[in-house]
Design a protein around this ligand. Structure first.
Ligand code: ARG
Length: 469
């Protein structure tokens, strides 16, 4: 006869001895799933309220259990969740404490449910909050972007392709590009939230239950739009977590690109921005250094967030219906990604809000590199009716000449320009300034200061910063 003293109190009846030390350790999810305690309590309260209302447990037991759950929650709030590996996870930890507090009635809480629908419900609730938080954080980042873009709708900087000076743009336009990206990220979280907002509670272990439960009631109590429609799918679906991670990964790529802009702009050869002291560090050996560590970590964290997505995708790949214990591994990557993402959003929001843009350096850089060469070509097309390809060629000769003399395009004399093509006259100089160049790009979504101001105004309304005109 085996020693039953170490056997699990929940399913110990079938087992002769306790689990080996390795089994205990590999099985325990409490070290991480204790983060679900609020959701676990909320779902249990919704469940027991329904059990009482349906007459599946007596009303007085239901009330006793609900009161006990409140007490457990108060203890967790005050002292944290105790970590006892023998109790495996948050669900058994809570139920066991409930039993200590209220006695045998606690055993009725688990009627008509399983840890499989329980964890699916808890985790959905957690992920739903994470989606809401991401959405909110990203909105703050958009507010910062829009406010700086409004300040700098007319500040001229070089626009790049291949990181080579291409055409002058406005800093406001550049920042608003990230407003658009972050807007798509917000909508990805919002879309995912709509898709995931169904309650798996009541799917029980995998097949549903014979008890006369009301899944619509528990769904409503937990803020879901309704119950899920297939019990097997309900306990094995982790699409909501993957949707979250996909949105987080995509978002982290955007944050990483924004971080990279700041890293480049803060470098001495560029000198486009002075980073806020609050988000930089010094060097222990080089006293002159101010390092963009926060931005670099945002860039680095995106790698980890994408890794979290990959981890869960691989975990889920090839799992047959319904629940498998592999799925316990769904939580660490989601928790990790969520905290990395929240930090990254906060860091970039601070960076955007507090950076000192060195608009004089930006403007000077925009004057270099023949950024208005396209404007000369466009002028030839418009004023002299020259086909664009030919205009491009003529402009190339002008750039070559200016380059050989080490001067800007608009420093070439009209004689020099006429020598290249006699159709050029001195009205051309008006087109060659960086101001004229950006002002000319007034097509919808273009970089012209007026266009940027228009988009900023729309954004301010969309963000609720202003009433619509
Ligand atoms: N701790 C488990 C998890 O996170 C809860 C579900 C356990 N279900 C089971 N059949 N062993 O997945």
């Amino acid at each position: 006869m085996g020693d039953k003293s170490g056997s699990n109190q929940m399913w110990g009846g079938r087992f002769a001895g306790g689990p080996s030390a390795i089994m205990r350790e590999i099985n325990a999810s409490i070290p991480f799933d204790k983060a679900l305690w609020r959701q676990d309590i909320a779902a249990s309260k919704a469940h027991v309220d329904m059990l009482g209302a349906q007459g599946i447990v007596l009303a007085e037991d239901a009330a006793l259990i609900a009161g006990g759950l409140d007490q457990v929650a108060a203890e967790y709030e005050a002292n944290g969740v105790p970590e006892n590996w023998d109790l495996e996870d948050i669900h058994m930890t809570t139920e066991s404490r409930l039993a200590e507090l209220i006695g045998p009635a606690a055993g009725r809480l688990h009627t008509a449910r399983s840890r499989n629908d329980q964890v699916a419900t808890d985790f959905r609730l957690w992920v739903r909050d994470a989606m809401d938080q991401a959405e909110l954080g990203l909105k703050q980042l958009q507010v910062a972007l829009v406010s700086r873009a409004g300040e700098h709708s007319g500040s001229i900087m070089p626009g790049f392709t291949h990181l080579q000076t291409a055409q002058p743009v406005t800093l406001g336009h550049h920042l608003m590009a990230y407003y658009e990206m972050i807007g798509r990220d917000r909508s990805r979280f919002a879309d995912a939230r709509v898709r995931m907002n169904r309650s798996p509670l009541g799917a029980a272990a995998l097949a549903g239950t014979g008890f006369p439960i009301d899944r619509f009631r528990t769904a409503e109590a937990l803020g879901f739009d309704g119950p899920t429609d297939n019990s097997l799918d309900s306990v094995s679906d982790r699409d909501f977590a993957l949707d979250y991670l996909m949105a987080a990964a995509q978002c982290s790529l955007h944050l990483s690109r924004l971080a990279e802009e700041f890293i480049i702009w803060a470098s001495q050869p560029f000198g486009f921005v002075t980073l806020p002291d609050s988000l930089s560090t010094g060097s222990s050996i080089m006293p002159q250094k101010k390092n963009p560590d926060a931005a670099e970590l945002v860039r680095g964290h995106s790698g980890r967030i994408v890794g979290c997505l990959t981890a869960l995708m691989i975990t889920m790949k090839g799992l047959p219906l319904a629940y498998s214990k592999d799925m316990q591994d769904d939580k660490p990557p989601v928790f990790e990604a969520a905290s990395l993402l929240a930090l990254s959003i906060a860091a970039m929001t601070g960076m955007v809000a507090e950076a000192k843009f060195r608009t004089d350096r930006m403007r000077a850089a925009a004057e270099l590199g023949y950024a208005t060469a396209t404007d000369l070509a466009d002028w030839l097309v418009r004023q002299a009716n020259i086909p664009f390809r030919e205009a491009h060629h003529i402009t190339g000769s002008a750039v070559k000449l200016a380059e050989s003399r080490g001067i800007a395009l608009d420093q070439l004399s009209i004689e020099d320009l006429k020598a290249i093509d006699q159709r050029i006259d001195d009205r051309v100089y008006a087109a060659l300034s960086v101001e004229a160049s950006v002002a000319a790009r007034c097509s919808h979504g273009g970089t012209a200061p007026d266009e940027v101001r228009k988009r900023v105004a729309q954004a301010r309304v969309a963000l609720g910063l202003e009433e619509s005109a």
